[in-house]
Design a protein around this ligand. Sequence first.
Ligand code: ATP
Length: 235
Amino acid sequence: MLEVRDLHVHYGLSHALHGVTLGVGDGEVVGLFGRNGVGKTTLIKAIAGWLKPSRGVIQFGGKPLGGLQPDRICRLGIGLVPEDRRVFPGLTVEENLRLGFLQAPQRTKALMAARLASVYARFPRLAERRRHAGKSLSGGEQQMLAIARVLVGEPKLLLIDEPTEGLAPIVAEEIFALIASLRSEGISVLLVEQHLHRALDVCTRCYAMSRGQIVFEGGVAEPGERDALLAELAV
Ligand code: ATP
């Protein structure tokens, strides 16, 4: 589904990605791990079209994404849930969700009503708070809204950047349960996450990055047999 080959990204003279090669298959939840500053966010922003690579290939469903604007990439089916969530604070929950629908492949009033109903069924808390402003939501609710807003656009692949950062453990558990449910529905995910143990429970495969490069690629091993893997991933 997603294929990244030999990707290089620069910020001015600073070389942030040094030839990254990575893939996400249909229905896979792929973990992308590594310490702060190794280039995980840069990679997913480049996939979503927010950053222009200096070299390399990004293909989605066999089509090259090079040069496409973020909104076009989004309409092709790649939804980005950024680290800072970007919930519009002055808009209500429902208004935020309606903005997500602008990225749906087909847009009619009936389809929007159906998509909203399906998102509210998945996130009952957002349904309760549909008329509340984004800024009045808790951190966990804002994260749910950020994910829900992307789901309204019916993505085939979600890029989710550190969704549990700053959340209480019980709320983080809800996010991991949500990602597990996406996996069971066959929605592909590329997940950047610092909580390795829990992330591995929801992933099918994983990569580790160090200094702008992929330094490990492999399966997630069975729970209870992950010591060697965790050592590899703690790069
Ligand atoms: P974190 O977990 O802290 O988000 P990360 O692995 O996602 O880390 P990136 O945010 O992709 O890492 O950063 C990769 C490198 O690029 C770092 O050295 C960072 O300082 C640098 N960098 C990131 N954003 C910019 C920017 N806008 N301008 C210049 N350099 C940047």
